[in-house]
Design a protein around this ligand. Structure first.
Ligand code: GTP
Ligand code: MG
Length: 137
């Protein structure tokens, strides 16, 4: 068993998809071990996405991710990181497989409904960015 970190991004929160996305996540065998509604400041988003700071879309990404509330969660499942990325689908919803969260709920490449960590190491870093020990169950 291991863990991944996810965010339901501002677009999906604005569009009323929190419940449907959490339902899909738990129905797919992930156990929620931390969960909250929160909002990243511009500085938080810059730090969280620092790995993309040289990319042309960095400014747009930071503005998007800080514009409204998100749902942050830590999820537990065997093979969590890889299985969760399969569940969310390709970065661009136009390329995402049928039934994936991005296919169902994302609006565009930039506003793509959910985040999923890309490695066990980043899952731990990203989870610790959003949650303290007391918030983890
Ligand atoms: P995350 O789970 O959010 O990390 O997505 P990912 O791992 O599938 O994609 P990646 O880490 O490469 O990019 C991070 C995020 O930046 C994406 O999820 C998009 O929200 C955004 N993004 C990526 N490419 C573009 C782009 O070309 N334009 C814009 N506007 N945003 C992009
Ligand atoms: Mg990524």
């Amino acid at each position: 068993t291991n863990r991944t970190f996810t965010m339901i991004k501002p677009d999906a929160v604005e569009n009323g998809h929190i419940g449907a996305i959490l339902e899909k996540i738990t129905a797919s065998g992930f156990r929620i071990v931390a969960l909250k509604l929160t909002q990243m400041t511009v500085a938080d988003a810059k730090e969280f996405y620092a790995v993309h700071s040289e990319r042309p879309f960095y400014g747009e990404l930071v503005e998007f991710m800080s514009r409204g509330p998100i749902v942050a969660a830590i999820l537990e499942k065997e093979n969590a990181v890889e299985d969760f990325r399969t569940l969310i689908g390709a970065t661009n919803p136009a390329d995402a497989a049928e039934g994936t969260i991005r296919k169902l709920y994302a609006t565009s490449l930039g506003e793509n409904a959910v985040h999923g960590s890309d490695s066990d190491e980043n899952a731990a870093i990203e989870g610790a960015f959003h949650f303290s020990g007391r918030e983890l169950f």
